[in-house]
Design a protein around this ligand. Structure first.
Ligand SMILES: [Zn+2]
Length: 282
């Protein structure tokens, strides 16, 4: 998954006259079983990556969007960003092999207080009893380093997964700037992207993120990000859920994965049907 291998679009011209909107997808857990809506099975995830590739999408990073915005880089014709929150161990065991297979890049937002050298700490902020029933452990530093060397980008998601809007200014700063510092020290590389726990932020929280030296921060709004006018410190993301299928189902149109990526996406079957209809009318 060396990044240079698939970035032919870097030579594309910058500053598209269109207001381009980019889907930034937000995943949480990828595993064999999907116990709650926030888990996506490895099989479904693989189908989704395959569908993106088959429909001409290319994964780009948040930094690519940042460069595009500042006129320093191009974007492919169909860009999509893949992000993961929390740094769960199943990202390494289930998602990473699939990302490699399909040549996709991704960003994972880590919680340094939960990443271990020898011990994988389990989530302890989950309120859903089903989630509590299946505690999910976190990555090891060695796994993070291995994936980073292979092109996966790591951002910060605070240290302890706390609601920043409920903290004091100095506590929030410790979580925002402190997690960046720990990650940079552990990984020996700049950590430039942040994700708000529970997608909760406020103007002073965003101010702290800017002041801590991040290039931007992700939230969840279920909308694509507007590269022309969108706020880099409040980047829209779209949650991908367990039931988001690459097969369109007339009874559950809201679950069609490609429509989450592109609301105007026309499924080939639908195109075929309308073509048939047009042909029969002509
Ligand atoms: Zn989170």
């Amino acid at each position: 998954m060396r990044r240079t291998a698939y970035r032919n679009w870097e030579r594309l011209s910058t500053g598209s006259p269109d207001h381009r909107s980019i889907p930034i997808l937000a995943y949480h857990k990828i595993d064999d079983e999907a116990f709650t809506p926030y888990w996506v099975s490895a099989r479904t995830f693989k189908d989704q990556m395959k569908a993106l590739k088959n429909h001409g999408y290319e994964t780009v990073s948040l930094e690519d969007i940042h460069r595009f915005r500042s006129g320093q880089g191009g974007l492919p014709s169909k860009p999509v960003v893949l992000t993961f929150d929390e740094g769960f161990h199943n990202f390494y065991t289930k998602a990473y092999p699939i990302l490699k297979k399909y040549g996709c890049c991704a960003t994972n937002f880590l919680l340094p207080a939960y990443i271990g050298d020898h011990t994988r700490f389990s989530s302890d902020w989950e309120l859903d009893p089903v989630e509590e029933q299946y505690p999910t452990e976190h990555l090891l530093w060695s796994e993070v380093r291995e994936m980073m060397a292979d092109g996966i980008v790591f951002g910060a998601h605070t240290s302890h997964h706390l609601d920043l809007t409920g903290l004091s200014f100095s506590q929030a700063e410790n979580e925002i700037a402190g997690s960046k510092e720990i990650l940079q020290n552990k990984l020996g590389a700049p950590v430039l992207w942040f994700s708000y726990p529970f997608s909760k932020s406020s103007s002073w929280v965003e101010y702290l993120v800017r002041r801590s030296g991040y290039d931007g921060a992700a939230t969840i709004t279920e909308r694509p990000f507007d590269t022309a006018g969108g706020d880099l410190f409040r980047m829209d993301r779209i949650t991908i859920y367990r039931d988001d299928s690459t097969a369109s189902d007339d009874n559950h149109p809201q679950d069609f994965f490609m429509n989450k990526v592109d609301p105007s996406f026309a499924h080939p079957d639908i195109c075929d049907k309308s073509m048939d209809l047009r042909n029969s009318l002509s």
